[in-house]
Design a protein around this ligand. Structure first.
Ligand code: SF4
Ligand code: SF4
Length: 71
């Protein structure tokens, strides 16, 4: 499993991460950060396959992906 960590304060709401996630794990939420941008959230914590597309595409380096240890 992978953990998707979004630094919401870095986000400017461009939506690239949502558009290019191959598993459609992300969506833009209803809340705003302090700069007035709506930021993404992960719809299902088990959705992510760790492809790193969102982290690589984010122009503001707002996303980090961590591989969780197997139980
Ligand atoms: S790492 Fe890949 S699968 Fe996971 S949320 Fe980002 S784009 Fe989607
Ligand atoms: S790609 Fe980055 S800046 Fe754009 S919506 Fe996603 S987290 Fe925010």
């Amino acid at each position: 499993m992978f953990e998707v960590v979004i630094n919401t304060e870095y986000c400017k709401g461009c939506g690239y991460c949502v558009t290019f996630c191959p598993k459609e794990c992300l969506d833009i939420g209803e809340q705003f950060n302090s700069k007035g941008y709506r930021y993404p959230f992960i719809k299902d914590p088990e959705c992510c396959i760790g492809c790193l597309s969102c982290a690589k595409l984010c122009p503001d380096f707002a996303i980090e992906i961590y591989k969780l240890a197997e139980k």
